[in-house]
Design a protein around this ligand. Structure first.
Ligand code: URA
Length: 230
């Protein structure tokens, strides 16, 4: 059903009020603000006006997956296996990825159908620390950590990255904590030194840590405590 009809059918709004609610960006469908009166509302869409819930939608689901190398962080891909294909079919529907990883990056990937929650997890203003284990082709220099703290200028976005903590663990290995999630951010940071990242593994996002019991390709539901920590 069209969103404007759905809202006007509720006892609390007439058509004129519905138009106003949409223009004032007060209506959310599945966690996203919607202004289009023609937006399709389905049986399992979650519909909210301000803080008031008018249709509950599907129960919220939150999963952590140990992403293996060689699969795409996308819901559909013509060429490659996607992370969604690692889940049973009945769990896949309406899930999205909160913070993508590159094709060969491994580690913690979070999937949910709760748009508001995942936005808190990924939006730069939350400054949620993400921790990566990095392996490089060339030696990591003693001067690297200072540059990671200072920030890297990314011309495409016209910004300088926020201070990041680089801990050198070995000649070609480091632990990196960043609070953003820019496109290929870690590889671009090391790219500044012409040092190629040959292994990248995400250990944690905020207080959500990849469960060591999960082998690559395995997943589990997040606990109530993990969900509440975001
Ligand atoms: N930074 C990258 O360059 N790749 C990832 O997969 C994640 C962060």
């Amino acid at each position: 059903m069209r969103l404007d009809r759905f809202l006007a059918n509720l006892p609390c709004y007439n058509r004129q009020q519905v138009r106003l609610l949409l223009v004032q960006r007060r209506v959310r469908v599945d966690g996203e603000i919607v202004v289009d009166p023609l937006h399709e509302v389905r049986e399992f869409s979650r519909v909210e006006v301000d803080e008031q819930l008018h249709q509950a939608g599907r129960p919220a689901r939150y999963l952590m997956l140990h992403k293996p190398a060689g699969c795409v962080s996308a819901t559909h891909d013509r060429q490659h296996r996607t992370v969604l294909e690692l889940l049973p079919a009945e769990l896949r529907e309406d899930l999205h990825i909160a913070g993508r990883l590159d094709f060969n990056t491994t580690g913690l990937l979070i999937l949910t159908n709760d748009g508001q929650w995942s936005r808190r997890l990924t939006q730069p203003s939350t400054k949620l620390p993400k921790v990566y284990q990095v392996q490089t082709e060339d030696e990591i220099g003693e001067h690297y950590p200072a540059k990671f703290r200072e920030g890297f200028y990314f011309a495409f976005e016209d910004l300088t990255t926020l201070p990041a903590q680089l801990q050198i663990l070995g000649t070609h290995q480091a632990r990196l904590e960043i609070v953003e999630g820019r496109y290929h951010q870690v590889k671009r940071m090391f790219g500044h030194f012409q040092n190629k990242v040959i292994g990248l593994h995400r250990e944690s996002m905020g207080s959500i840590v990849l469960d060591p019991a999960l082998a690559p390709g395995e997943f589990r539901e997040l606990t109530q405590q993990e969900i509440a920590a975001v």
